[in-house]
Structure formats: structure tokens, C-alpha cells
Design a binder for this molecule. Structure first.
Ligand code: ATP
Ligand code: MG
Length: 208
């Protein structure tokens, strides 16, 4: 099976994530897309103020993907008690599912920072990267970076053509904090859930 992995903090999940998954599924004839929330991300400081609890982030992913038979929630990193690194996760997934091919889906920001990820060369050698454009990077920037990573590290990277959406979880959290609407930036059920649980309301200041 060809499995697309959509890793992230999903704080909260939004339509940018969902569209990326769906377009990857279609363009690369994948069998399933696994949403892989990070339990305890090494590269982000998850302070209480602006982070939803893991259980809320998981619930919102469940609400967002329900009804799509090829979207799955993977608790592989969420259930881990230690920091999860992508290279390690991919290694574990390969040994758990030796016959699957993995396609790691990411946005431009991640493609441009990947050399800072722990053991990134292991990541590049163990999956195909599907990289989508995002805000400040245009197609030329993307192609240049893809060529650079491919030549330098032998990476297998494909450009993922998906609608360009200026949506991020950060923008959503900030809008909610200011009392602004996020309807249609997230699925309705996620919007309702965030309201019910009063997520991201606390005005204690953001670090970005
Ligand atoms: P935050 O603002 O908290 O960083 P985010 O919206 O970037 O949240 P993440 O959970 O950090 O979401 O992202 C997971 C992956 O999804 C990353 O590879 C990121 O580049 C990608 N991604 C998220 N939103 C978009 C988008 N609108 N377009 C393209 N890629 C995106
Ligand atoms: Mg991000």
C-alpha cells in the first residue's frame, strides 16, 4: 500500500491540512492518508496558554476526517511517552508495516527547514516527500529547493500541487483569541467543538 503521512501539531487541524491530504491522495494515487499528530513536539514549545490539550487536538482530527474512508488517524506519535522525531517514527512505521511505501506530505516551510530536522538524511532516504507550496514560497523557490535536496542527498521529492491557502493554525488561534470568526477555515464540527470547549480563548499572549 502507498501511505501518505501528514505529520503536524494540528493545533488545530484546518482545511489546509485536509486539502493537502486529499490532493496528495488523488495526484499520487495513494491508498490512505494517515494524520499523525505529534504528542510532544521537539521543535515547538507547547505552553498551556496557546496549545490545546493533546486529547482535544486528537478529537478535532477525528471530527475533521470522519466521513473520508481513506483518511486515518495514527496515534503512533501521540501515544509515545517521549519526544517523537520524524526519522524515528518512519523507521518504526517501516518495521511495523514492511510492505507499505510511505509518502511524507509537508508544506514549503517544512521543506525549507528540513535540514534542521534530526537525522533528516534518514527521513529523505526512507520515504518520498510530497511538498506543497505555501504563502511566501513560489513555484521557482520550490523547484530550486527540490533540486538542491535531490542532488545533494539523493532525496525523492515531488511537488504537490494543491490550492494555495493562507491558513495556519497560528492564524486560527490568534483569530479566536481576538474573538474573530474562523468558520470555514476549519470543518464545521471542529469550529463547534472549539467553541464548546472554549479552546484558544485565553488571552495570555502568543510567542509568534
Ligand atoms: P502552526 O501555525 O501552529 O505551525 P500549521 O498550520 O503550520 O500550524 P502544522 O501542524 O505546523 O500546521 O503543519 C503540519 C504540516 O502541514 C506542515 O508540513 C505544514 O507546512 C503543512 N501545512 C499546514 N498548513 C498549510 C497550508 N495552508 N498550506 C500548505 N501546507 C500547510
Ligand atoms: Mg507549522
Amino acid at each position: 500500500m502507498k501511505i501518505g503521512i501528514m505529520g503536524g501539531t494540528f493545533n488545530p487541524i484546518h482545511i489546509g491540512h485536509l486539502l493537502l491530504g486529499e490532493f496528495a491522495y488523488e495526484e499520487f494515487q495513494l491508498d490512505e492518508i494517515w494524520f499523525l499528530p505529534n504528542g510532544n513536539p521537539p521543535h515547538k514549545t507547547m505552553t498551556e496558554n496557546h496549545s490545546a490539550k493533546l486529547s482535544d487536538r486528537l478529537k478535532m482530527i477525528e471530527l475533521a476526517i470522519k466521513g473520508n474512508p481513506h483518511f486515518k488517524l495514527s496515534l503512533h506519535e501521540a501515544n509515545s511517552t517521549h519526544h517523537s522525531y520524524t526519522y524515528q517514527t518512519l523507521k518504526e512505521l517501516h518495521s511495523l508495516y514492511p510492505s507499505h511505501d510511505f509518502y511524507f506530505i509537508l508544506g514549503a516551510d517544512s521543506l525549507f527547514s528540513i535540514e534542521e530536522w534530526k537525522c533528516f538524511q534518514d527521513i529523505l532516504s526512507s520515504c518520498t516527500i510530497l511538498a506543497a507550496m505555501r504563502e511566501d514560497k513560489d513555484i521557482q523557490d520550490m523547484l530550486t529547493q527540490i533540486e538542491y535536496l535531490s542532488n545533494r542527498y539523493g532525496a525523492k521529492i515531488e511537488l504537490l500541487k494543491a490550492p494555495l491557502l493562507e491558513i495556519s493554525s497560528t492564524v486560527i488561534r490568534k483569530r479566536i483569541e481576538r474573538g474573530l470568526i474562523v468558520r470555514y477555515m476549519v470543518p464545521d464540527d471542529v469550529d463547534t467543538y472549539m467553541k464548546k470547549r472554549q479552546l484558544y480563548r485565553e488571552n495570555k499572549g502568543y510567542d509568534k
